[in-house]
Design a protein around this ligand. Structure first.
Ligand code: IFM
Length: 455
């Protein structure tokens, strides 16, 4: 008898979605009263974006949103995760509210509901108003207060219709890439800025949760972390230690305080021993309790794993970095490692008490464009998604409360410091004409979400 091919069926209640973020797709950076964000400023600086591009036009989603919602509808997904551009809603970060900015998101939310798609909102996906950066940005505690003010404004306007709320996207990126190695806006390279910003991002999350809850009621509220499962490159003690440190630096620094464990002791000890910073006064009494405000779900973004070597450390901060030496890679240079999403999900579930988990991003950059017939045969993306989803299915079978999956990304877009060269979309964007074309992976994804079985 030939063995039966396993069937990977997901329940009806499982949420299937696609994701984007404001700065990466909207364009229209100077329209309808939007204030500048730190990414507008960063793009204007020299040697920040590899192709010297910016977000001025991006995917022109601000004008083409109806067409884009039709595209999402054509994928048959349950949900769309997008972020709100803070400087569109509050151009100065606080105080004055720009109604035209709020109106845009109001129309977007209604447009989704008309198409029977659940809107999932991320409040902060890195486009901080420049006016707040001028006063210290996330290094300053004042930004926490403004985030709460902004959160309230958005929830009061959209809270009756949004299905799920995410406070922050990937605070590791905002604090480390933005404040420690300078690859992202605001481009700082400073130890104090790294830790103070990470603390203020987490604090603003914790303080925002009850505010959101008070306004939106029982809708799910969470935060999204980019997590990297890692292994030592060799059995040496030094690599094992580097791996432990990497895990503390990348994963536990964000996970532990969210569940009331405070910052990891081993990391605090290391930072103290190395005199990493000498002023910890940014942590006030009560902050750790505030960060640990219970949430309804944890959002996880997974792309690849880390293989850690003690002799490979980052220039600015002596942190171990992952060495990717084996296997197939995406255009980002990231190893394709589907087992990692299983390892990560089961580890988070074993070590932390989250009762619901969503994969809020997963996907791959491949530049595949249209062939002579105009077809985009992105087999590698389809296979990447398929293998990762099989691993997600296995994680569910192993008891992980994984309740949904959002593919990154709906369409090709501005990939931060890499500009427009890295294409993560299920939908191909011709940046000259702004024409959108479904890739083969999009058609595969539609089949999956329609049948709820991995094809
Ligand atoms: O494009 C980004 C997204 O903004 C945040 N998560 C990772 C993606 C791919 O790098």
């Amino acid at each position: 008898m030939t063995p039966k091919t396993p069937s990977y069926l997901f329940p009806k209640s499982f949420t299937w979605g696609v994701a984007t973020s404001s700065f990466q797709i909207e364009g229209a950076t100077q329209e309808d009263g939007r204030g500048p964000s730190i990414w507008d400023t960063f793009c204007q600086q020299e040697n920040t974006i590899v192709d010297h591009s910016n977000g001025d036009l991006a995917c022109d989603h601000y004008h083409r949103w109806q067409e884009d919602l039709d595209l999402i509808k054509s994928l048959n997904v349950d949900a769309y995760r997008f972020s709100i551009a803070w400087p569109r809603v509050m151009p100065q970060g606080g105080g004055e509210i720009e109604q035209r900015g709020l109106d845009f998101y109001d129309r977007l939310v209604d447009g989704l509901l008309e198409r029977n798609i659940d809107p999932w909102v991320t409040l902060y996906h890195w486009d901080l108003p420049q006016a707040l950066q001028d006063r210290g940005g996330w290094v300053s505690r004042e930004t926490v207060d403004h985030f709460i003010e902004y959160t309230r404004v958005v929830c009061e306007r959209l809270g009756d219709r949004v299905a799920g709320w995410i406070t922050h996207n990937e605070p590791w990126c905002a604090s480390v890439l933005g404040h420690l190695n300078g690859d992202h806006a605001p481009g700082l390279k400073d130890h104090y800025a790294h830790l103070a910003s990470s603390h203020h991002l987490l604090l603003s999350h914790g303080l925002a949760v009850p505010v959101i809850r008070e306004i939106v009621g029982d809708k799910p509220i969470g935060i999204t972390l980019n997590l990297v499962p890692s292994v030592p490159a060799s059995p040496s003690e030094a690599d094992a230690e580097a791996n432990e440190r990497f895990d503390g630096f990348f994963n536990r620094w964000y996970l532990d305080p969210l569940v009331g464990r405070g910052y990891p002791e081993d990391m605090l000890k290391r930072y103290r021993e190395e005199n990493y910073i000498d002023d910890w006064s940014f942590i006030h009494e009560g902050d750790l309790e505030a960060i640990a405000e219970p949430i309804d779900f944890l959002g996880i973004n997974y792309y690849s794993r880390g293989i850690i070597r003690s002799d490979k450390v980052t220039e600015t901060d002596n942190e171990p970095i992952e060495v990717i030496a084996i296997g197939e890679h995406t255009d980002m240079g990231w190893e394709v490692y589907p087992q990692g999403i299983y390892d990560l999900l089961t580890r988070v579930n074993a070590d932390y008490p989250f009762t619901s988990i969503y994969i809020t991003e997963n996907g791959a950059a491949y530049a595949t464009g249209p062939d002579e017939d105009g077809q985009i045969k992105d087999h590698r993306r389809e296979s990447y998604l398929r293998e990762h989803l099989i691993a997600c299915h296995k994680a569910r079978t192993a008891g992980v409360p994984l309740d949904g999956y959002f593919a990154w990304s709906l369409m090709d877009n501005f990939e931060w410091a890499f500009g427009y060269g890295k294409r993560f979309g299920l939908v191909y964007v011709d940046y000259e004409t702004q024409k959108r074309t479904l890739k083969q992976s999009a058609q595969w994804y539609r089949e999956l979400v329609t049948s709820r079985v991995i094809p």
